[in-house]
Ligand binder design. Sequence first.
Ligand code: PLP
Length: 393
Amino acid sequence: MSGRHFLQIPGPTNVPDRVLRAIAQPTIDHRGPAFASMAREALDRLRRLFRTKSSVVMYPASGSGGWEAAFVNTLSAGDTVLVPETGHFAVQWRCVAERLGLRVDIVEGDWRRGADVAAVAQRIRDDRGHRIKAVAVVHNETSNGATSDIVEIRRSLDDASHPALLFVDAVSSLGCMPYEHDAWGVDVAICASQKGLMLPPGLGLLAVSERAIAAGASAGLPRAYWDWRPMIAGNQHGMFPTTPATNLMFGLVEALRMLEEEGLPNVFARHQRLGEATRRAVAAWGLDLVCADRKAYSSSVTAVMMPGGHDADDFRQTTLEAFNMSLGAGLGQLKGTTFRIGHIGDFNELMLAGTLSGIEMGLSLAGVPFARGGVTAALDYLAGTAEVGSSAV
Ligand code: PLP
């Protein structure tokens, strides 16, 4: 099809031309001085993005590798991890823990809101014997567009003087919405290259607190590839224990420069604005959001419920065939009944206008009942001409 494909899934996201050009440089010696200085720049900039003075590590991996790295570097078989069930990715993370021989306590959820902080706090208070060794929370649930309040989860640990480590999945929040590794007292944050960092998939990125590193001294799970100790030691000189993803790192440096040039507060405000415009379109169409808690609305992804009797994957197929646009599939128990709109990474007002137009035309073509006017509602908001006091659903 002529024209550009619209990649509106919530990751992998659109890769800016500047980043693509950086990746296209000739590969260099990963033990040479040019690589070392590039790696040090990448790590320094990543520390600024995670907002940490502690260590950042990076593996040629996807986000799931980061999940595993967090566990094997800090915990022992039989340790208990508390996981709030925010949606599909929390459940996947739980599966990784169980396969590694960890025990998982779930704080149940209905996949329509962020972590139930009161329930987490109760479990923490009840755990007087400190059986729970880590709390693992997904900051932005990409499957339903609901965020969790990491500050409140940290508070529940502090209020109970509970020593559990705090792990945060920042895969679809880092570079899209505020994230404060040190100020929030997070021990391990996990991210991946293919979302807010505007890169192709292939880099797993972790911020690691001193406490997490110290926990590694007594951690008993087997670790080889994921062992972050040789990585942290080598990184001081811009070196890696195994072959790093050199060309993705060229792209990473460029992407981090772009985020700093725009200014992180502006990047976050842009995501917030485009998320709000998307939700206004959904409301005007008369469709429901999966996220049922407005305080938890995500700036990077919006998940939408299909009207009963209409298959979300058929609708997505229609937008792909008719308009060359990919929308995100419903995942896990949301498969077939929901679709997701990614407004994340290298994205702006006119790209959103095109995305929402494709959805509105696609709903018509697929015979889905909806009210017209979603695109107009979003454009009015973006142009600053929306009625004062009107807001998303
Ligand atoms: N966590 C979240 C919040 C995600 O959105 C994803 C993937 O989309 C993952 C973890 C898993 O990452 P990966 O697919 O890169 O292994």
